[in-house]
Ligand binder design. Structure first.
Ligand SMILES: [Zn+2]
Length: 65
């Protein structure tokens, strides 16, 4: 998925449920009006990064929990 610069980037989640939770929170951000539309990759990436920063932690191996 895009990073906040809009560059396709690989992110690693610890398991499928964690990834699914991330997707739901990103989409909930749209539904609740926290995020506007993802008009480009950079906007999508910034919204995703906001979810990661506020709702997940990254371990020393770069895996998101
Ligand atoms: Zn989005």
């Amino acid at each position: 998925m895009p990073n906040p610069a809009g560059v396709p980037t690989q992110f690693t989640f610890d398991n499928t449920a964690t990834f699914q939770g991330f997707i739901l929170l990103h989409e909930l951000g749209h539904q609740m009006g926290v995020f506007g539309q993802d008009t480009d990759g950079a906007t999508n990436g910034a919204n995703s990064q906001a979810v990661l920063d506020n709702c997940f932690s990254e371990d020393a191996q770069g895996v998101l929990h």
